[in-house]
Design a protein around this ligand. Sequence first.
Ligand code: GAR
Length: 188
Amino acid sequence: MQRIAIFASGNGTNAQRIMEHFQDHPKIRVTLLLSNKADAFVLERARNMHVPSVVFTRNDLYDSQHLLDILSVQCIDFLVLAGFLWLIPGYLLQAYPSRIINIHPALLPKYGGKGMYGMRVHESVIQAGERESGISIHYVNEQYDEGQIIFQAKCPVEPGDTAESLANKVHELEYKFYPEIIEKVMGS
Ligand code: GAR
């Protein structure tokens, strides 16, 4: 059995889909959820799915290798970022080469980088008058949103679309594709 740890900071609708997708999978399971926010709703989702969770601080992530100890003890094979907003430190990248992936709610390399997350991304896309947006699933490296792109899917931005309506379209793409791309990348 290959074991996934999900990193998430917020609501966790993607984390939910991923946990559900793998809950009866013969070879892959989500066995840990990590969050930097003690009040993130994703923690309740994990509880409901009987997935253990860990809340960690900035110090845990950047000033020690505490997280690596947790991941090792739990025999985690693969890290999935799903609405996680902090940069992944070098020691984790080295411990999980080509085994950390992220989803971004736009067509990278546009509308990525530090501070570009969630609704801010959609507001920028609408403001720029783009005719299409979408999702990018990519390997994680030491820069925000710059790792090698694995998969993209597009949706139209129509006249009258708001950041909210665009977010809904993009979320639908995320739910449809992220679990299956994770499965492909993990080789099952
Ligand atoms: C998702 O749309 C994800 O693509 C985005 O945050 C949202 C989290 O929603 N991630 C980023 O913007 C990363 N730069 P969720 O918590 O409901 O899954």
